[in-house]
Ligand binder design. Structure first.
Ligand code: FMN
Length: 390
């Protein structure tokens, strides 16, 4: 599968065209909209989340709840467009009194993008660089994860750190007494924390930093269960699953680091405390008692849960102004703003989940390819047989 997206933050809509999705997959629009609503939540969000409740529209490729094999067009309408029609008009001349954006915000694409694309109105940069673009990626991921779920692959996320507040004893969904209870609790938490104590401290941290006019980042963890052994491949660099998933994670705005399993800790420990010993039993087949690798060895899934962590930088737009220089006057100014998130770590977790869902669904369909869900099911069953008899 492949997809292209288009659309600006204050344009009429965000659009994606997905090509290559096999026929006869059952798709639930509510599930896509559920993902969109998850992206809009979280303690520390700013004004826009209150203006817009995102809803996906499908205009092709799905008929009576099922994919037809034709390209799927997904859209999310920007309700705020009515206030931007003049300023963001696609044709005609700009209004006399239109305010050009000439003040690049530190930490954003504004200045480098202005130089690169030779734009003197930095709105032409920020409109597309904005994290509003993640809306359509979440919609696409919301579709892709439905394929995965039909084959028992589930994607979870939680927040492990906000600023100086760290979850010291993280519980993962498969370690909890009840996975569904884990998922519900995290979903209801304004900071996506399973631990009520940490949740409270994280919210206090956000409030404190926001009151200081500052912003705060954090660390999220993505957990994928049910992936069969052998997605991705060692045979050539571009087939390695960890590299593909890392690209998906790093492509999300403000994500600055990614790690799998033990991650950076592999550099501190001896090999005997890094690698996962292999065992076998009649009932379980091959298995491991530890998962330091985070479910990926040699660029392939090894059957254990995939564990990915990512670090998000603090939101760059601060109420407390940062120094910058006007591109026209070359004069220094202090970048102040009207509206911004103080913390978007919980929302970023949802975005990363869905970006990863797209990549993993693609790898799944690379391994079990076919034009229809019927063909894919046959291949999955045949492969399961091969695994069981290995
Ligand atoms: C879900 C989400 C929401 C974001 N909200 C804001 C925001 O309100 N204000 C802001 O300045 N940056 C926000 N960002 C971060 C910027 O989009 C990002 O830092 C910027 O585009 C520069 O890209 P880079 O950080 O990847 O270099 C958000 C990012 C994500 C993932």
């Amino acid at each position: 599968m492949r997809y292209l997206s288009a659309g600006e933050s204050h344009g009429p809509e965000l659009t994606a065209i997905i090509e290559g999705m096999p026929a006869n997959f059952t798709v639930n629009l509510d599930e896509i909209n559920f993902q969109l609503s998850r992206r809009q939540k979280g303690h520390g969000r700013g004004g826009r989340m209150k203006i817009e409740k995102d809803q996906a529209l499908v205009t092709s490729g799905i008929r009576f709840n099922r994919t037809t094999g034709a390209p799927i067009c997904l859209k999310v309408i920007n309700r705020d467009w009515v206030n931007w029609e003049d300023k963001m008009a696609h044709f005609g001349e700009p209004l006399e009194n239109i305010e050009l954006v000439s003040r690049p915000r530190p930490g954003h694409a504004d200045l480098s993008g202005g130089i690169k694309y030779q734009q003197r109105d930095l709105r032409n940069i920020l409109e597309r660089a904005s994290a509003r673009e993640t809306t359509i990626r979440v919609a696409v991921g919301g579709l892709a994860r439905q394929i995965l779920e039909q084959f028992g692959i589930k994607i979870y996320s939680h927040v492990l750190q906000i600023g100086s507040v760290k979850e010291e004893n993280p519980v993962r969904p498969f370690e909890a007494k009840d996975t569904a209870e884990w998922a519900n609790k995290v979903e209801e938490s304004p900071v996506r924390s399973y631990n009520s104590n940490t949740e409270k401290r994280m919210m206090d941290e956000i409030d404190k930093i926001k009151a200081e006019g500052d912003s705060v980042g954090g660390i999220i963890e993505i957990i994928i269960t049910g992936a069969p052994v052998g997605l991705g491949s060692y045979v050539h660099w571009e087939h390695k699953l960890d590299s593909k998933l890392a690209t998906a994670v790093m492509s999300v705005q403000a994500i600055k680091a990614v790690e799998f399993g033990l991650g950076f800790k592999v550099g501190e420990r001896p090999g005997s405390q890094v690698h996962d010993a292999i065992y076998h039993s009649e009932e379980a087949g091959f298995y491991r008692n530890t998962n330091h690798a985070g479910g990926i060895e040699g660029g392939m899934t090894n059957g254990e849960p995939i564990i990915i962590r990512a670090a998000m930088k603090p939101i760059p737009t601060l109420y407390k102004p940062l120094e910058s220089v006007d591109i026209e006057t070359k004069q220094a100014f202090e970048a102040s703003i009207e509206r911004s998130d103080a913390c978007a770590v919980p929302a970023a977790a949802v975005v990363v989940e869905n970006a990863v869902a797209w990549e993993l669904a693609n790898c799944f369909l690379d391994k079990f390819s076919g034009d229809s869900v019927e063909e894919i099911k046959q291949q999955v069953a045949a492969y399961q047989d091969l695994i069981d008899n290995y």
